[in-house]
Design a protein around this ligand. Sequence first.
Ligand SMILES: [Zn+2]
Length: 215
Amino acid sequence: MENLIEAPPEVRLSGANARCGVAPCDEAAAVELRGTPLCPQHFVPVCTQEMESRGERLKNGYYDVAATQAFKNFIAACAEHASKFMQNDSLADGLTKTRLEEFLRRVSQMGQRLRRSPRMSSSVPIYLRREDSGRTWEEETWTITVSQHGASLVCRHPVETGGSLVLSRRDRANRVQARVVYCRYNSEGWREIGVELLDRDDFWGLAPAARIQPS
Ligand SMILES: [Zn+2]
């Protein structure tokens, strides 16, 4: 688990002679969705269903960096292929183009919903650094959740509970010392760590700006 395994793209161009995998259709396939070849007509309903069900899962489940990133990649790939079909008269007739247009609208709505999701705001880009002599490393990562005095985040390097790390925000110049309070593998197989922030108040800017201090 030292290195991230790059997941293969979920949507990709299909092989030259592949036929659509949605029975009883036998049209030439244009793309593959995780190995299932799809013609442009069937690309739309299959990908719409996939998109809707993953959107629901993210809405109902807790925010997960890896799943959200994979979903964003999926949406981007869907949009890219749908746009290409639209421009290709030999792949898409009039009716298919109308459906592709509708599909592209839903894709863009889903993209906006993902960006607006309140849990997204807890995804803060971070440089995570270990500064012990002889075992220094740094990686770019994101928080999964943040709280006033802590955070959970994905960490690709092995760390031990009680270990010291430095978090620097990639979006500003802040840095903070932190102690690892837990380390586990989440449902996506990523190493997730929890840290307690040590030497700064309100590192994330969570405190209401106008709060009046009790006297
Ligand atoms: Zn088909």
